[in-house]
Design a binder for this molecule. Structure first.
Ligand code: NAD
Length: 445
C-alpha cells in the first residue's frame, strides 16, 4: 500500500519504518527540515533499539523516503497516518490539537482519490470529527474517511511493539475505512487482537488505558511509602499482588513517579475532558497530584542523605524517563534534577543514551560524565533515577573506593541492597527499610 506518515517523532518514525519493512511504500513528512535532512542522510533522529539498522535497510531498498513536502507525502496515498504531537496546555492541561488541525488542513489540500486518514496522535474525544470537518472545508470534493488508530507502543520497545502489538484498536465509522485498515494490518491477522469500535470509543480507549496505568504506578508508589513506615518490603508485596491474575505483575515497580511524553500529559488531558463534561474523576486527579509530589519526595530524600555535608556533590545515574530511550520529556529524573538545582546542588550526571537530549534541556547547569564511574567519582551521594540495565552492573566495591561518601539513594530499586551494604554503603531503596553498616558514612580515606 502507499502510505504517508505525518510527523517523524517517537511514534511516526518507528511506525513508518515498520510499515516499510512490511513491504509498503512509505513517505514520511515532517515540518522540521533539520530532522528530515538527517533522515534523508540515512541517520536516525532518536534512539530506539534496532531503528537505525531497519531505517537504513528500508531506505536502501527504496521503500521509505523523507520529505518536508506534504504534497509529496500524501498525494495518491491509500492511508495517511497522523503522528504529530499533542502537548499539554500549560495551564488547563488540555491536549493541544493545533498540530493535528494544521496537518489536517494542509493534507486536505493534496488528497487525491479515496484516502483513509488514520490519527495515531493521542487526541481528545471528538478530534476525528473536527479533522473530518477541516478537511472537507479545505477541499469539499475530496473522498476520504478519518479513523482513530491509537498508538500503544512503549518507547524503548517501539519496533518490538510495532511488529508484536498487544492489540490494534481501530475507531472507524464506515465499512470502507475498516476494510482499508484491515488490509493495512493484514500481516498481523491471527497474531493479534483487532478491535473495531466507534471512533469516539477508540479515542477514549487510549486515554482510559494511559490513565489506568498511571494510577497503577501511583498506587504502588503509595504502597511503597506505606511499606517504608511499617517494615514490609514493597518488592515482596508487589510480587504477591502480581500473582493475582486480576491484578497482573506489570506496572507494579515502585519508583520516582511516572513520566515521559504520554502519562503526565494524557492524565492531565483526561482530567480536563472530565471537567469539561462535568464528570468527577477523583482517581486520576489524585494520581496527578501524587505523582508531582513523588518527584519532590525523591529530591528531598537525596538532599536529606547529604544534609550534613557542605556543598555536596550529587552523582545522578539516569536522565531519560525510562530505560531504552533518549527521551527526557517529563522525565522524573529531570524533574528531580531541576528540584535539586533549586537547592543549588552540584550535580554530575550520566545516562547511556540521553546525554544529548538532556543537554538540550539542562545545558551547563550540571556536569556530564562519560561513564558511570566518572560520574560517581568524589560524589557524596549516588542517586539512581533511571532503570538502565547497565547500572545494575555497577561494581560496588570499586564505587566505594571512588566516592567521597558511601551513600546511595536508589529510586529504582536497581541495585541489590545486601551487596551495597556489604560494600559499606548506606543504601536507601524504595519501599523497604534498609539496614546499614555503622561505618558507611565515614569518609573514604
Ligand atoms: P514527537 O514530538 O516526537 O513528534 C512529533 C513530530 O511531528 C515532530 O517531529 C514535529 O516536527 C512533527 N510535526 C508537527 N506538526 C507537523 C505538521 N503540521 N506537519 C508535519 N510534521 C509535523 O511526538 P511523539 O512522541 O511521536 O508523539 C506523537 C503523538 O503520539 C502524540 O499525540 C503522543 O501523545 C502520541 N503517542 C506517543 C507515544 C510515545 O511513546 N511517544 C506513544 C503513544 C502515543
Amino acid at each position: 500500500m502507499k502510505i504517508g506518515v505525518i510527523g517523524t517523532g517517537y511514534v511516526g518514525l518507528p511506525t513508518g519504518v515498520g510499515l516499510a519493512e512490511l513491504g509498503n511504500e512509505v513517505t514520511c513528512v515532517d515540518c522540521d527540515s533539520k530532522k528530515i535532512a538527517t533522515l534523508q542522510a540515512g541517520k536516525t533522529t532518536l534512539y530506539e533499539d534496532g531503528l537505525g539498522k531497519l531505517l537504513h535497510k528500508n531506505v536502501a531498498e527504496g521503500r521509505i523516503r523523507f520529505t518536508t513536502s506534504m504534497k509529496e507525502g500524501v498525494e495518491n496515498a491509500d492511508v495517511v497516518i497522523v503522528a504529530v504531537g499533542t502537548p499539554s496546555h500549560p495551564v488547563t492541561g488540555e491536549a493541544d490539537v493545533k498540530y493535528v488541525h494544521a496537518a489536517a488542513t494542509e493534507l486536505g489540500e493534496h488528497l487525491d482519490g479515496y484516502t483513509v486518514i488514520a490519527i495515531k496522535s493521542t487526541v481528545p474525544v471528538g478530534t476525528g470529527d473536527a479533522v473530518e470537518a477541516l478537511i472537507s472545508k479545505r477541499n469539499p470534493l475530496v473522498d476520504f474517511d478519518v479513523v482513530s488508530l491509537p498508538e500503544f507502543l512503549r518507547e524503548g520497545f517501539a519496533l518490538h511493539d510495532f511488529f508484536h502489538p498487544d492489540r490494534v484498536v481501530i475507531g472507524a465509522n464506515t465499512e470502507r475505512a475498516r476494510n482499508v485498515i484491515k488490509k493495512l494490518y493484514k500481516p498481523f491477522e491471527g497474531k493479534t487482537q483487532m478491535l473495531f469500535v466507534k471512533r469516539r470509543s477508540s479515542e477514549t480507549i487510549k486515554y482510559a488505558s494511559n490513565a489506568f496505568l498511571a494510577i497503577k504506578i501511583h498506587y504502588i508508589n503509595e504502597m511503597a511509602n506505606f511499606c517504608e513506615k511499617t517494615g514490609a518490603d514493597i518488592t515482596e508485596v508487589a510480587k504477591g499482588m502480581g500473582l493475582d491474575s486480576r491484578i497482573g505483575n506489570r506496572f507494579l515497580n515502585p519508583g520516582p513517579g511516572y513520566g515521559g511524553s504520554c502519562f503526565p500529559k494524557d492524565t492531565m488531558a483526561m482530567s480536563y475532558m472530565a471537567r469539561q463534561n462535568d464528570v468527577d474523576m477523583t482517581l486520576i486527579n489524585a494520581a496527578i497530584a501524587g505523582n508531582t509530589k513523588r518527584k519532590q519526595q525523591m529530591a528531598e530524600r537525596i538532599l536529606e542523605a547529604v544534609k550534613w555535608i557542605e556543598n555536596p556533590k550529587i552523582a545522578v545515574l539516569g536522565l531519560a524517563f525510562k530505560d531504552g530511550t533518549d527521551d527526557c520529556r517529563e522525565s522524573p529524573a529531570m524533574e528531580i534534577v531541576y528540584n535539586l538545582l533549586e537547592h543549588k546542588a552540584n550535580i554530575t550526571a550520566y545516562d547511556p543514551k540521553a546525554m544529548g537530549t538532556a543537554f538540550q534541556l539542562l545545558g551547563d547547569k550540571i556536569n556530564y560524565a562519560d561513564d558511570m564511574y566518572a560520574c560517581i567519582k568524589d560524589a557524596d551521594v549516588l542517586a539512581i533515577l533511571t532503570e538502565w540495565n547497565e547500572f545494575k552492573s555497577l561494581d560496588l566495591d570499586l564505587a566505594a573506593t571512588l566516592m567521597r561518601h558511601k551513600n546511595i539513594v536508589d529510586c529504582r530499586n536497581l541495585l541489590d541492597a545486601e551487596t551495597a551494604i556489604q560494600s559499606g554503603f548506606m543504601y536507601q531503596g524504595i519501599g523497604k527499610k534498609t539496614e546499614m553498616k555503622e561505618n558507611c558514612l565515614r569518609e573514604v580515606a
